[in-house]
Design a protein around this ligand. Structure first.
Ligand SMILES: Cc1cc2nc3c(=O)[nH]c(=O)nc-3n(C[C@H](O)[C@H](O)[C@H](O)COP(=O)(O)OP(=O)(O)OC[C@H]3O[C@@H](n4cnc5c(N)ncnc54)[C@H](O)[C@@H]3O)c2cc1C
Length: 307
């Protein structure tokens, strides 16, 4: 019987592991299919406090993990595929094996939706991004492209005009899902050029390890052309990784965990941390902070139960 299982090994899970390990709770961390989480996809992180020159994303999460291991956390490869939270102890199936725990910290993140272009994944961190707050600063004076038609695409496009010379907003339809106010803000921004009925067919140039152009196609005229671009931002939403918890805890209509205050979920003893609950900030530092909160709540919960 474990005191705490932490699901996810990104910033939130690793921070929860550091705190629960230092509280002598011997946490078990389930790394998932993406050990290190989303920061392991990126290169330079310039906004995590404490690193004046910036820090390599994969190195940052690896250091967090090592810090947790030094205090006694255990990491296992594997994926939570099923959960039974109806009763305590909570039961989790990790790949083929069932585990039991008095508390759970769900830190399974939210994966960005990608366009699935042939070169897209190869250029993530080298011009392709899903996070304007994270990467906009790298494109000062450059040509930026944002893909999407919802509020987050409008918000990212507006935000990116602070850095880029121009922002081309590409949307596959001629009407937008975005709210009127966000759409108007984008339309009124002189730096934003809006292309409708247009899809991206691919992004280049893998041989140079950077983005230099995107191939676009107008769906109405079928005309295809190459558009020069330096920063390529995909803003078509995120998918919270909560499939094993459907029907077990309260999720919102998009699948994000509904917080019951602090780090509490609708199930007593089950806590949330990071992007799996946060559709608003989605940053390494906020995820780390949320991991700390979840760990302290789990600790207090176990203490109150006499463990
Ligand atoms: C390309 C890119 C660049 C970024 N750059 C920055 C930046 O510069 N600065 C910044 O602050 N933020 C940046 N971010 C955002 C930041 O990475 C996230 O906000 C942060 O990683 C969220 O941490 P998390 O621990 O909540 O989730 P994640 O990092 O998404 O980690 C989720 C973890 O859960 C695991 N998991 C998922 N499902 C399961 C399951 N069923 N069972 C077990 N494990 C599971 C995954 O394997 C993973 O380990 C960037 C994101 C991306 C994609």
């Amino acid at each position: 019987m474990l005191d705490v299982i932490i699901i996810g090994s990104g910033c939130a899970g690793n921070t929860a592991a550091i705190y629960t390990a230092r509280a002598n709770l011997h946490p078990l961390v389930v790394a998932g299919k993406e050990p290190g989480g989303q920061l392991s996809l990126t290169t330079l992180v310039e906004n995590f406090p404490g690193f004046p020159e910036g820090v390599d994303g994969p190195a940052l999460v690896e250091n967090m993990k090592q810090q947790a291991i030094n205090f006694g956390a255990e990491y296992i490869h594997g994926q939570v595929v099923e959960a039974d939270l109806s009763d305590r102890p909570f039961k989790l199936r990790i790949d083929d094996e069932w585990f039991e725990s008095r508390t759970l910290i769900i830190a399974s993140g939210a994966s960005a939706r990608w366009l699935n272009l042939p070169n897209e994944q190869k250029l993530i961190g080298h011009g392709v991004s899903s996070c304007a707050t994270c990467d906009g600063f790298f494109y000062r004076g450059k040509k930026i492209m944002v893909i999407g038609g919802g509020d987050s695409a409008m918000e990212e496009a507006n935000f990116l005009t602070r850095f880029g010379d121009s922002v081309t907003l590409v949307h596959r339809r001629d009407h937008y899902r975005a709210s009127k106010i966000m759409l108007e803000r984008a339309r009124n921004n002189p730096k934003i050029r809006m292309l409708t009925d247009t899809i991206v067919e691919d992004v280049y140039d893998v041989s140079q390890n950077l983005v230099s152009r995107a191939k676009l196609r107008n769906l109405k005229t079928n005309e295809a052309w190459d558009e020069p671009v330096d920063g390529f931002f995909v803003a078509i939403g995120h998918i919270p990784n909560t499939a094993p918890f459907i029907g077990q805890i309260d999720l919102d209509p998009d699948g994000y965990i509904v917080s019951k205050g602090g780090a509490r979920t609708s199930r007593v003893g089950v806590f949330h941390a990071g992007d799996v609950q946060d559709r608003s900030y989605r940053q390494a530092i906020t995820a780390a902070g949320a991991g700390c909160m979840a760990a302290i709540e789990a600790e207090r919960f176990l203490e109150a139960e006499g463990h």
